[in-house]
Design a protein around this ligand. Sequence first.
Ligand SMILES: *[C@@H]1O[C@H](CO)[C@@H](O)[C@H](O)[C@H]1NC(C)=O
Ligand SMILES: *[C@@H]1O[C@H](CO)[C@@H](O)[C@H](O)[C@H]1NC(C)=O
Ligand SMILES: *[C@@H]1O[C@H](CO)[C@@H](O)[C@H](O)[C@H]1NC(C)=O
Ligand SMILES: *[C@@H]1O[C@H](CO)[C@@H](O)[C@H](O)[C@H]1NC(C)=O
Length: 532
Amino acid sequence: MDYVLISQFFIILLSLTISVESSTVARYGHSSALINDRLYIIGGFSISTQPKGSNDVFYLDLTKPFNTQNPASALVDITQSSGMPLLIAWASSTVLGSDGILLFGGYTWSLSTGNSDTSDNALYLYNTTTDQLTIPTVTGVSPIRRREMKIVCDNNENIYIYSGVSLGEIPQWFTDMNILDANSGFKWVLVPMSNAPTYPRADYTATMLPNGVIVYIGGRTHMVTDGLVIETELNINQLILYDTKDATWYPMQAIGASIDNRNSHSAVLTLDGKIIIYGGAKGPNLTTVTPSLAILDTSTTVYTWSIPQISSQFYPPPLMLHTADLFGNYMIIAYGNVTNGATSPVEVNQNIYMLDTGTFSWITSYTPNISSVNTNHSTSVGLLIGIICAVIVFLVIISIIGWLLYKKYKKRQLIRNSVIATPGSEIDRNYMVESDERDERDEFSNINNNNNRISNLTNLTNHTSVSDTSNREDHRNSSTTDITIISHSRPSSTYKDTYGTSYHPSYSNGPPSYYTPHGGFTPKSPPYSTRN
Ligand SMILES: *[C@@H]1O[C@H](CO)[C@@H](O)[C@H](O)[C@H]1NC(C)=O
Ligand SMILES: *[C@@H]1O[C@H](CO)[C@@H](O)[C@H](O)[C@H]1NC(C)=O
Ligand SMILES: *[C@@H]1O[C@H](CO)[C@@H](O)[C@H](O)[C@H]1NC(C)=O
Ligand SMILES: *[C@@H]1O[C@H](CO)[C@@H](O)[C@H](O)[C@H]1NC(C)=O
């Protein structure tokens, strides 16, 4: 009895203090978004769900210290509580408002049937306050569902979606720019642009500068020359800029260090206007690019490439289809396919890497700094409140038990007084046993009720800490300027699943071969004029 009670109490206490920890599952083609001190990871091809996407939702808790080689202690799996209703991979994402993650494009599958979703909708909103995924009600004409593009958001919650490739047997390459006005009821607008590139682009990165100019870097294009389809990387020096202020495109020829053309890389923007790109792949075999890490300085009139000197012994593997987000000074690289020098990637990465962009060193052990300690402080206040509540509830239980024992004692007194039984007689013993059992059942149901109340309390406490907005504004500001583009998706001509069979999410017989080797493409006469 006492033992049960004590263990109940400790279970309650534990449930108040411990959140769910998850181990890292290797994946690629996932989506990521940084909200406050949390790096959210949604879906992707995890090694356990290939060849379909996954419905995983978890976050890296950046208020906790962890070792990047084993971040499990800082990973919180919320897949169950989010009730994520679908499997998703290759979606591009952006932060919306203070707590939303907007996902667009890629592939989705029904969680229950596993069937690929062929509907027109490709837009989802994940709310990190409610932990629910919803389909926003939109107005205007939605762009055709697509993959291999990046979405970026400006300060007015306009989301820009450029080019990309359609799903389906014969992929269509787009050259359009669509804007989703998320501030006034999710309104789609197809933008008439001036000076627009005439060729399509996929697997690029898109970075929104504070002045409203989007910088598109690298990726691949598709062209038909003499009846021959050629798909090749674009020249990485041939940047295209889209000025959201006047809906006009401008080309820019970047100068500086020599950087391999690449696709499926990632990019983050630092506060001092440097775009740091990582990884990517080249050629039909999607091989490693050099250097993995490069900087494009956008604070100069002509953007300039440089290769940073890395001041750490440790270096992550070359990756593609990973994600990159900037948290304070740290660029956080997560998961992705490991590229090599000869073949298509054969390995999926299960680690998270952090680059200190102040010192250009890859750190292996992360310690939250002062601003995060504040959040820790509010967490420990929450914990304190939790413990106090637990103690109060414990005292209540004790009182109830005391009261019940008292009642039982009184009852026995009553029995003794009314039934004049000889101690040890049949009547006495039976009655006593029954009444004991009943009282114990009552006690249990009381404890269970209290238990329920406590777990409700736990939920409440959790939600309060989730919606704790003390640091939200600061981080929001930094994440608006540090708009982070997630690298996604690119189908290779032969998609191999873990069993080595040819596979493509939308085709049953494998995709058409659509990657033709080529040295990198610079449009001969730019289809637009140079910016003055
Ligand atoms: C998320 O849900 C909360 C609570 O319902 C709401 O206040 C907030 O506006 C939602 N966020 C977004 C981005 O829709
Ligand atoms: C790609 O890899 C295959 C073997 O997997 C090899 O035969 C082929 O030569 C490679 N192509 C290039 C361009 O390296
Ligand atoms: C830590 O704090 C300093 C200054 O308060 C800030 O510049 C830096 O970006 C922070 N780092 C992280 C990882 O938040
Ligand atoms: C990523 O790696 C996995 C595991 O080897 C492989 O099945 C998959 O085809 C790779 N994806 C790409 C795009 O290369």
